[in-house]
Design a protein around this ligand. Structure first.
Ligand code: IDP
Length: 150
């Protein structure tokens, strides 16, 4: 089963959207295997966004992510990386489709509420960066047979 790293950013937490985000992943049928509300250190934020370190928005992004708690999660399911990105919507909320998290709740790219891994390999790197193995629970929800054919 595929896993992805999802983070509700400080704006999502401050705006009371934790339950809304979790509900959308749950009702799609994905399985929550790890979750914690946490303050993010500068070191962790810089590692997480390492790919953007030369971009002009990098400093502001690190300031933002470390400014207030985030909710870090790992979700599991078939095709959850790509499907999670679909649930989240395009990076810039102004062009995210209605029905997506960013499309429904966001306006600007610097306050786009949520992060989701963009590829399976990225997900593996991000999960290892944010979670230890004992923090992740492997379990099969009782409704598994009603979500998957096998
Ligand atoms: P993603 O979050 O949809 O994967 P990325 O291009 O990987 O998008 O960018 C990471 C994050 O950096 C975005 O979610 C957004 O918060 C921030 N970001 C990206 N581009 C800009 C920008 O032009 N201005 C401000 N923030 C940006």
């Amino acid at each position: 089963m595929e896993r992805t790293f999802i983070m509700i950013k400080p704006d999502g937490v401050q705006r009371g959207l934790i339950g809304e985000v979790i509900a959308r992943f749950e009702r799609k049928g994905f399985t929550l295997v790890g979750m914690k509300l946490m303050a993010v250190s500068r070191e962790l934020a810089e590692k997480h966004y390492d790919v953007h370190k030369d971009k002009p928005f990098f400093g502001g992004l690190v300031e933002f992510i470390t400014s207030s708690p985030v909710v870090a999660m790992v979700w599991e399911g078939e095709n959850v990386v790509a499907s999670g990105r679909t649930l989240i919507g395009a990076t810039n909320p102004i062009s995210s489709a209605p029905g997506t998290i960013r499309g429904d709740f966001g306006i600007t790219i610097g306050r786009n509420l949520i992060h989701g891994s963009d590829a399976v390999e990225t997900a593996q790197r991000e999960i290892a960066l944010w979670f230890t193995e004992p923090e992740l629970a492997s379990w099969t929800p009782a409704n598994h047979g009603w979500l998957y054919e096998d």
